[in-house]
Design a protein around this ligand. Structure first.
Ligand SMILES: *[C@@H]1O[C@H](CO)[C@@H](O)[C@H](O)[C@H]1NC(C)=O
Ligand SMILES: *[C@@H]1O[C@H](CO)[C@@H](O)[C@H](O)[C@H]1NC(C)=O
Ligand SMILES: *[C@@H]1O[C@H](CO)[C@@H](O)[C@H](O)[C@H]1NC(C)=O
Ligand SMILES: *[C@@H]1O[C@H](CO)[C@@H](O)[C@H](O)[C@H]1NC(C)=O
Ligand SMILES: CC(=O)N[C@H]1CO[C@H](CO)[C@@H](O)[C@@H]1O
Ligand SMILES: [Cu+2]
Length: 404
């Protein structure tokens, strides 16, 4: 145990020193695409990921009887999926969108499909799960439950994917997640000329304005071209700066999914430099969770906002209804991966670190979230409640996974 700790610490020190040096190699033999201006950051991120994977593997078996090296699942970059693997993931998401909802109709009349159960839960809890002490762990749990539903209800047997923002920071249109091909999650919306940009509200702070996207209409191709968005809008940023919502966002309001791919949102807030900076320069959990969502007073929407608003459209730009865009899960896979890397760099101090209260920017004022505080994901899983302490490690509680 002690030896492991010393080795880990030594490796960390060595890595820390390497990070300061410009790196020109490190991604050889790696077929991940990367923009050359971020090549060094990309390579450092790869090293950090390898370090995190080792730390996770070394930590298994010490005391996690439920999760072993044999059962550890690996979540992978969508770019590394074969076409067949991509198609099977897409098939299973479409399957959830065709199964019936389990949410009682009187609570969410618009929830028609099993997929909608996830959207309804997220809409229902928006005010507590963002910019609060729940943000990271709740979304880790929520994403895991989505993965479980794909596996148990739709026969998915592949790996869970994540979206490598940095690789797409130059072009959302060329992203393998959003290029509109039949191995993407559908692409841009039909082009609507002369659209303005959107406003991202942050409580009572100065909002962030984003430049216009390149689409705006219904998605025109790909697997989700016939997908019906059933609920919302609930808190939708639309071109021109307005926020659109309905009095009863959980009511039925069927419409197409629109997209408005906005590369500048990704380039400015979720490039390899910003990812690396967040991981290396967040000294504690409060800093980390605040920065990843964009410090309210900073004019940044962070990695989290960057990814969401780069998709654009409805429900992608809806802070409450965003799980309605299938890109949500890829995005939150990456959010979770970044948190996992950050935790792995100092497991002793970070694995079980929580900070923040139970409400969005602590409005209204609420108690601090602790490891004993419970969360639930509503009708996604029969409203089981689970303690924060059980959803902090990717190899404990209900989880058993790492990332590459
Ligand atoms: C969408 O619906 C049309 C008309 O029913 C059908 O021809 C097409 O194959 C569908 N596309 C997908 C990706 O499901
Ligand atoms: C990358 O992200 C950082 C932090 O969000 C930002 O300051 C920088 O301008 C971005 N780089 C480019 C090329 O846009
Ligand atoms: C929304 O949350 C409230 C309070 O926890 C709960 O009573 C209600 O059943 C939830 N509705 C849905 C659709 O999950
Ligand atoms: C879920 O359980 C909590 C208590 O753990 C309760 O407050 C809430 O109303 C329940 N929500 C649903 C959707 O049943
Ligand atoms: C696809 C691509 O641009 N790959 C580049 C990633 O970065 C390495 C290291 O600089 C280059 O060698 C690759 O060509
Ligand atoms: Cu969310």
């Amino acid at each position: 145990m002690m030896l492991t700790w010393i080795l880990t610490f030594t490796t960390l020190l060595i890595l820390t020193q390497c990070w300061e040096l410009p790196k020109t190699s490190g991604s050889q033999g790696n077929d991940k695409e990367n923009s050359s201006i971020w090549a060094s950051e990309f390579a450092q991120l790869e090293s950090l990921t390898q370090f995190a994977l080792k730390a996770t593997q070394n930590n298994i078996g010490d005391h996690q009887a439920g999760c072993t090296l044999e059962t550890l699942k690996i979540r992978r970059n969508w770019r590394q999926f074969s076409s067949a693997e991509k198609k099977d993931y897409i098939r299973s998401v479409l399957c959830l969108q065709a199964l019936p909802s389990r949410t009682p109709p009187e609570l969410a009349p618009g929830a028609k499909t099993r997929y909608d159960d996830f959207v309804a839960t997220h809409m229902n809890q928006t005010e507590t799960i963002h910019r609060s002490g729940f943000f990271l762990a709740w979304h880790r749990y929520f994403t895991h439950e989505f993965e479980l539903s794909l596996r148990n209800e739709c026969g998915y047997t592949g790996d869970f994917p994540y979206w490598d923002w940095g690789a797409d920071a130059d072009s959302m249109e060329n992203s393998p997640v959003f290029d509109g091909s039949d191995t993407s999650l559908s692409g841009n919306g039909a082009f609507i000329p002369k659209q303005k940009g959107v406003r991202v509200p942050i409580g009572n702070y100065t909002p962030v304005f984003l430049p216009p996207g390149t689409g705006g209409g219904c998605v025109t191709s790909g697997p989700f071209v016939n997908y019906t968005v059933n609920m919302g809008p609930s808190y939708l940023s639309i071109p021109g700066g307005d926020i659109v919502f309905r009095r009863f966002p959980l009511d039925h309001n069927p419409r197409c999914m629109t997209r408005d791919l906005t590369t500048p949102a990704l380039r400015s807030f979720a490039n390899y430099t910003s990812i690396l900076h967040l991981i290396l320069h967040s000294q504690d959990i409060l800093n980390f969770e605040t920065s990843i969502q964009g410090r309210p007073e900073s004019g940044s929407i962070g990695l989290h906002g960057g990814g969401h608003y780069a998709m654009g459209g409805d429900p992608g730009n809806d802070a409450d209804g965003s799980p309605g865009d299938p890109g949500f899960w890829h995005h939150h896979g990456m959010i979770d991966r970044v948190w996992w890397i950050w935790q792995s760099l100092d497991l002793t101090n970070r694995q079980y670190a929580v900070a923040g209260t139970e409400t969005y920017l602590n409005q209204p004022a609420s108690p601090d979230v602790t490891l004993q505080t419970t969360v639930n994901v509503g009708y996604v899983n029969g409203n089981r409640s689970i303690a924060m302490k059980d959803i902090m490690s990717t190899t404990a509680g209900p989880f058993c996974y790492a990332y590459v």
